[in-house]
Design a protein around this ligand. Structure first.
Ligand SMILES: [Fe+2]
Length: 460
């Protein structure tokens, strides 16, 4: 037995193997590019390193790529060979990995939460539970999961910042923005490389429409996070969202091309960032050029994924936007078929929400806005279940408004936009869309007021 960097007993053949594992774990928590390198060293030092095989399997699962599913299962198989000599906590990690490999996201999350009751310093279990709560759209679970272990972490000790960063994110998604800001900022002060904490603060800025502060925050912290792995692309996307709201579209396109979609990538989050931003740009008349084609090329390979419905839906957007309706139909049919089998958590979600939303995306791009509305309206409060953040799921609210306006259903658009301006009173885009709806209803005076509100906000 060795002791890992956070004080937990772990089975390892040598201190050297444990130290390399520690480094891999810390690198994972920091979204660092050298994570795989440290894990390789750990397994080279001890090829029977039980937690090394488990974490390798987890890393494959986190990438949500079908080609890596068999590899994740192989890692579970390797760990299983050594399961008789490890602790109960370590064994639970294997059970969680096996549940995840079987597509049971509720099962694996329950295992991690169980580990945390007895071992609140198992930050690996904490981060993985955080991930799966996130892709279940369960904000309260994200917040409470971290709250339960907080007393086991002293402020300032190594690792505590990562825990605080996760708590900040959970608080923010639950709407407790002041507490999220405090917790996130102090985590970043302690560790400027803690990109998840940087990102938690970025979400507060997004949700509170603090555009100037949001851009300044990401600029001032950039040195700490821009060298992180692909997750940095998502943080650049957050900055682009601020510029979009300020109608600084050249900045948005520049960030797209130079930062968050600088090169082709099959990473689902990269594709999601890109599709969500191109969709927005297209709505205000900024041409996508060949950008949709490149995304659709990636999406076309992913019509049978269903590892994350959140990702599937962004593939659907890319396919529809590029006019590849046959591929989109294949995706929808595959979602339905997978859902009918009801094998995994995400496949069940595909049947319940995903396939219908994907159809709505296609209907919008084919000009059948009436159908898009009929599909989306009854589902709007179930969209949360696909996971992602409020900021990421906002695209589906925008699509609904877009469909209502394009279908000349101006009263519905006006109602939806009252809802949006109540949530986002400082959004020029929301006021402009409201003006459009009011004009459609023949309420010229009210439309003028909404338009002036947008102009005032842009001039401020
Ligand atoms: Fe985000």
């Amino acid at each position: 037995m060795q002791i890992d960097c956070f004080g937990l007993a772990m089975t390892a053949a040598s201190p050297e193997a444990a130290r390399h594992y520690d480094e891999a774990l810390r690198a994972y928590l920091g979204f660092r590019r050298d994570t795989g390198h440290h894990l390789k060293q750990a397994l080279a030092a001890d090829d029977g390193l039980f937690m090394g095989h488990c974490i390798k399997g987890y890393f494959f699962k986190l990438m949500a790529l079908p080609a890596l599913e068999a590899k994740a299962l192989q890692c579970a198989g390797r760990a299983r060979e050594f399961a008789k000599v490890v602790s109960a906590r370590e064994c639970e990690h294997l059970a969680a990995l096996e549940a995840w490999c079987a597509g049971d996201m509720i099962g694996c999350t329950t295992r991690w939460e169980g580990i945390l009751v007895d071992h609140p310093r198992d930050v690996l279990a904490l981060r993985l539970a955080h991930f799966c709560h996130f892709y279940s759209g369960d904000s309260a679970a994200m917040r409470d999961s971290v709250a339960r272990v907080l007393p086991a972490w002293e402020a300032g000790e190594p690792g505590a910042g990562f825990v605080h960063g996760m708590y900040a994110f959970g608080l923010g998604e639950c709407g407790d923005y002041a507490a999220a800001l405090d917790m996130g900022e102090s985590a970043v002060q302690g560790n400027p490389g803690d990109i998840w904490a940087v990102h938690a603060v970025a979400h507060v800025h997004e949700m509170t429409e603090a555009r100037g502060a949001g851009i300044a925050w990401l600029k001032s912290t950039e040195e700490g996070w821009s060298g992180c792995n692909g997750f940095a692309n998502h943080v650049w996307w957050h900055r682009a969202l601020h510029h979009f709201e300020r109608e600084q579209y050249d900045e948005v396109v520049a960030l797209y091309d130079a930062r968050f979609r600088a090169e082709p990538s099959e990473d689902y989050l990269d594709i999601s960032n890109a599709a969500a931003m191109l969709w927005r740009l297209e709505r205000i008349g900024v041409g996508a050029g060949g950008r949709w084609e490149e995304l659709a090329d990636e999406a076309e390979k992913r019509t049978d994924d269903h590892l994350l419905v959140f990702a599937d839906l962004h593939f659907a957007i890319a396919l529809a936007a590029a006019g590849r309706f046959d591929a989109l139909d294949a995706l929808i049919e595959s979602m339905r078929a997978a859902g009918a089998g009801r094998r995994t958590t995400q496949e069940q979600l595909a049947a319940r929400v995903g396939a219908t939303l994907a159809r709505a995306v296609g209907a919008g791009y084919q000009g059948d806005f009436d159908l898009a509305l009929r599909l989306m309206l009854p589902l709007r409060y179930q969209v949360r279940a696909i996971g992602g953040s409020h900021a990421q799921r906002d695209i589906f609210s925008l699509m609904l408004i877009d469909a209502a306006l394009n279908n000349a259903n101006f009263a519905l658009a006006r109602a939806l936009l009252h809802e949006r301006t109540a949530l986002k009173p400082n959004s020029p885009r929301a006021w402009k869309l409201l003006a459009q709806a009011l004009e459609g209803e023949g309420k010229a005076k009210d439309a003028g007021m909404a338009r002036r509100r947008a102009d005032a906000l842009l001039g401020a």
